[in-house]
Design a binder for this molecule. Structure first.
Ligand SMILES: [Ca+2]
Ligand SMILES: [Ca+2]
Ligand SMILES: [Ca+2]
Length: 275
């Protein structure tokens, strides 16, 4: 939470989670960019455990340690180094239009889409989402359902790729992504296309439900539809994500323009359930 809707000195926080399988000793580790804190000796983080830190004088109940300095409201680079000087994490977040709009003073926190993915690019706005609830979830797991839990909650068995239980044209996983009902025909698509006013291409949009926890969305493009021609769209084409409260989802938008010299471009969405 880099820019809370109240005073930054009270509401800012940062949550560190050990996603590995060994206990981490943070004693002597310190942030060398962005904020200032040196962790006390004996600060251990077990696998799956989280540690919330917040500004000196904060009112974040879950905070276990305090830092000086601040998470800049205009974006910041954060570097955490271990006691031996090796870099644990180093990335920059931003507040431009391609970063989730409600996290920049709107009362919501930035949360990782796939916190257990060590290859996630923390500097990319595509790796982050708006927190499920206002205030974020410092010290507790994010709200929502994993795909298997969501299927079970609707009485569906194990997933078979391409399932469309209610036959409404939306696959089960697309219903999970968009927050629609997989056992009742909805008849509303989640994939939108708008032509750019200057004719240079299109904007592709799709919903990502607040409740979908372990889901990755990717836009892929092709100029021929042949199997090997599909490739992920350039991350720079990500326009941003906007909250759509009536759908309980975020609307993700990508700008897609045909490659120079190609007459056609095809676009598809790939949904992946994260491990
Ligand atoms: Ca701030
Ligand atoms: Ca369906
Ligand atoms: Ca449905």
């Amino acid at each position: 939470m880099f820019n809370p809707d109240g005073p930054d000195s009270e509401g800012e926080f940062l949550e560190l989670t050990n996603t590995g399988s060994f206990t981490i000793d943070l004693g002597g580790a310190r942030f060398t960019r962005g904020i200032e804190i040196i962790f006390d000796p004996g600060t251990l983080l077990d696998p799956g455990e989280s540690l919330v830190i917040a500004r000196v004088g904060n009112s974040v109940a879950a905070a276990k340690a305090a830092y000086s300095g601040a998470l800049d409201n205009g974006g910041d680079r954060l570097t955490l180094k271990a006691a031996d000087g090796s870099i644990i994490v180093d990335f920059a977040y931003g507040d431009d239009a391609d970063w989730p709009d409600m996290t920049d003073g709107g009362g919501y926190s930035l949360e990782l889409v796939s916190p257990n993915d060590p290859s996630a690019d923390l500097g990319s706005p595509l790796s982050w989402r708006t927190s499920h609830d206002a205030g974020g979830s410092p010290g507790s797991a994010p709200a929502g359902l994993r795909y298997a839990e969501w299927r079970a909650s609707h009485g569906l068995g194990a997933s078979i790729g391409g399932d469309d239980h209610d036959g409404d044209g939306l696959s089960d996983i697309e219903e999970f992504a968009s927050g629609t009902d997989p056992v009742a025909p909805d008849g509303r698509g989640t994939f939108g296309v708008t032509r750019l006013g200057d004719g240079s291409g299109i904007v592709v949009s799709m919903l990502r439900s607040w409740d979908a926890l372990d889901l990755s969305l990717q836009i892929e493009v092709s100029d021929s539809l042949s199997t090997n021609s599909w490739h992920p769209v350039d991350p720079a084409s990500f326009v941003g994500s906007t909250r759509v409260p009536e759908s309980r989802a975020d609307l993700l938008e990508f700008r897609v323009t045909p490659a120079p010299g190609s007459a056609r471009q095809f676009v598809r969405t790939r949904y992946t359930v994260l491990q």
